[in-house]
Design a protein around this ligand. Structure first.
Ligand code: SF4
Length: 492
């Protein structure tokens, strides 16, 4: 059997890092970890190829080669998914689609011959058997959540690794919290399930053996969902890094209760974590209560962010407007919080009701749902009737973006952030980053319309952060990505 694994296109969002990738000479931020893991579970005798259309287009010759086309993706990839399924079918190929988009019951996957809902470990053996017999069913589903300890390392050899700016590794699935808008807990459950340290180190070994050096994203929904298992992992990660001369730096996603645990923060720093994405959502306590994000109410939010920064770990923050309890001044309060917290990369989105979440069910019961979410939390994605006047909400949302991503505000915030970092956070410019730094100097320093603010930022860095030139250029380049995104929202 010849299996073509196809990953649909990501639109231009915060997580695509599209405008930053140009500086790095890369095509995409992360390889499709889910598909690569599925590939590792398919029979060895099956031939496999991967086409990530974020890296290169799907060619007719790819489809000609295949017996069956496996696709996987998230809701935000729906338009590309639909197109790819139609194209494969037009070529007379059998299509199998999986991933979170199937759990979202999105119309884009309805045309596939076989839909797979749930995690691959439980379902694949049956699907493989049925495909081999030529009697695969249209729909496969398992409600049981598998133990990732049975999951093999992804088949990375299928990916063109040098086209990506980061590699991806998953340690755990699921999250113990109850945020009303979250689909993770609906799909992956509230009991975090993790791999063993041995599995993770084996994945690092594979990356290292294949020549990868640089960023590795631990793509867990909440890396610290089970603190005990993370604390068991971190020392072996630190040891592996020491033994291999620190070839990687790690970023991940976690919950804000990270700031309560010094041992955890120090352990992450020692293991090589440089950044963590946290869902802060809002400085308005009533909204946090509304969305049952109680873990963000335990401590002062600003203090929590500063504690993580002081451990040498950059906080990237997720922020949301559109809650029922948003007061009229919520936009100013969000802007003020982001400024005071000094979070350079603040992803501000509109609340959206993802399918089958607690929020979706509540809004449906209240008769306030308008349409299916497209999963990108931007202007086009307001899919319910908000309590605040819609026009005011959209204008306020735009104003937050325009303010926090005005170049002056951004670069001042980036400088303030570096001043908060603990002294252990030394990030010199390494050889691999040199070309990106040169591109930044040319494009941002000479050709951009914000070059004055850019040079002020570099001058401040030259005075105060000479041990952090690697971070300085990363922040500058990421700033460019965010300026472009904010502009796109302004124009939409
Ligand atoms: S902390 Fe994050 S992953 Fe966990 S329930 Fe809340 S939004 Fe979902």
């Amino acid at each position: 059997m010849k299996v073509l694994l196809v990953y649909p296109e990501f639109p231009d969002t915060f997580w695509s890092f599209k405008h930053a990738l140009r500086f790095l000479g890369k095509r995409s931020a992360f390889p499709p970890l889910g598909l690569l893991t599925v590939a590792a579970m398919l029979p060895e005798s099956w031939e496999k190829r991967l086409v990530d259309v974020n890296v290169r287009p799907l060619r007719d010759s790819d489809l000609d080669w295949a017996d069956v086309v496996f696709l996987s993706g998230m809701l935000v990839q729906a338009p590309s998914m639909q197109e790819l399924i139609a194209r494969a079918k037009a070529h007379g190929k059998r299509t199998v689609v999986g991933g979170p988009i199937v759990s979202s019951q999105d119309a884009s996957v309805a045309g596939a011959h076989h839909r797979v809902e749930g995690e691959a470990e439980e379902i694949l053996p049956e699907l493989i058997r049925d495909l081999e017999r030529g009697e695969a069913r249209p729909f496969y589903k398992r409600d049981m959540l598998p133990d990732p300890k049975t999951s093999p390392p992804p088949l990375l050899a299928l990916a063109e690794m040098n086209r990506y700016s980061s590699m991806a590794v998953q340690f755990s699935r699921g999250c113990p919290f109850t945020c009303e808008f979250c689909d993770i807990i609906e799909i992956y459950g509230r009991k975090p399930r993790s791999k063993t340290p041995g599995q993770i180190l084996a994945e690092f070994d594979q990356l290292h053996r294949l020549g990868w050096r640089g960023r590795v994203f631990l793509v867990d929904d909440n890396f610290i969902g089970n603190k005990k298992s993370v604390k068991a992992l971190l020392p072996s990660m630190a040891e592996w890094m020491r033994a291999h001369r620190s070839p990687f730096s790690f970023i991940t996603e976690a919950s804000l209760n990270l700031a309560e645990d010094d041992e955890l923060m120090s352990g992450m720093r020692k293991a090589g974590f440089t950044s963590v994405f946290l869902g802060i959502e809002t400085p308005v306590a009533e909204c946090l209560k509304e969305t049952t994000k109680f873990q963000n109410l335990r401590h002062d939010l600003l203090t929590s962010v500063r504690r993580i920064h002081a451990h040498g770990i950059e906080v990237m923050g997720g922020f949301i407007v559109g809650f029922d309890h948003d007061p009229p001044d919520v936009f100013d309060r969000q802007i003020q919080f982001i400024r005071e917290a000094a979070i350079p990369l603040s992803m501000v989105g509109l609340l959206t009701a993802l399918p089958n979440t607690q929020l979706w069910r509540r809004l449906k019961a209240e008769g306030r749902l308008l349409k299916q979410s497209i999963g990108n939390n931007t202007l086009a994605d307001l899919n319910f009737i908000p309590r605040m006047d819609s026009q005011k909400l959209l204008e306020g949302y735009r104003r937050i973006l325009q303010t926090v991503y005005s170049p002056r505000e951004y670069f001042e915030r980036a400088s303030a952030f570096m001043a908060q970092l603990g002294s252990s956070a030394r990030t010199p410019l390494v050889f691999a980053d040199l070309l990106a730094a040169v591109r930044s100097l040319c494009r941002q320093g000479l050709q951009s319309n914000y070059r004055t603010e850019y040079w002020k930022f570099l001058l401040r860095a030259a005075r105060q952060h000479r041990a952090r030139w690697g971070m300085v250029f990363t922040l500058a380049i990421m700033g460019h990505h965010c300026f472009e995104l904010a502009q796109a929202q302004e124009n939409s």
